[in-house]
Design a protein around this ligand. Structure first.
Ligand code: SF4
Length: 164
């Protein structure tokens, strides 16, 4: 079966981000994969019932996505609201869809507390970044799905052998 790729909905131009915006990625490989039916699009947070727009959320300071998944950390909104359960559900929804549809890869927007794959914000809501991953990206990786940020789409082309 042709390898499929799970893709962040906001990267595909859907206005689903917390601020009601999209963050579209323009790349010829993306157009080709779309035409070939290789893309499986999801906004994990919306799949868990979160609204658009919504408050920004970050993993609490000093904690990781793995700790969120193992119930050792929370995801908090900018007003202090606890949205941990929704973020865990979002990750589980994304994993279930990836497994159902045969996705071996995921191409996700970096920096998000769900989709981030190399950095996230530090939990202070000050705009400061730190190395890390979002809750969905962490769960996908735990289950053998290779996760790339939109910035690394050329690496995905290489690794996945999807250039032809
Ligand atoms: Fe985009 Fe992922 Fe955030 Fe949804 S959860 S808005 S797909 S970065």
């Amino acid at each position: 079966m042709t390898a499929k790729i799970l893709v962040s909905a906001c990267l595909m131009g859907h206005a689903v981000r917390y601020d009601g915006q999209a963050k579209p990625l323009v790349h010829p490989a993306l157009d080709r994969w779309c035409a070939e039916g290789r893309l499986v699009t999801i906004c994990p947070e919306m799949s868990a019932g979160m609204p658009v727009p919504r408050l920004p959320a970050e993993i609490e300071p000093g904690k990781t996505a793995d700790e969120v998944l193992s119930s050792g950390a929370r995801v908090l909104e900018s007003n202090g609201g606890d949205v941990t359960a929704a973020f865990r559900q979002a990750a589980e929804n994304a994993l279930a869809l990836a497994l159902e549809t045969g996705c071996a890869y995921a191409l996700l927007i970096d920096g998000s507390p769900s989709c981030g794959s190399s950095f996230v914000y530090d939990g202070s809501f000050s705009g400061d970044r730190q190395p890390g991953e979002g809750v969905t990206a962490a769960l996908l990786r735990k289950n053998g799905i290779q996760v790339f940020s939109g910035r690394d789409i050329d690496a995905l082309v290489e690794v996945a052998g999807l250039a032809a």
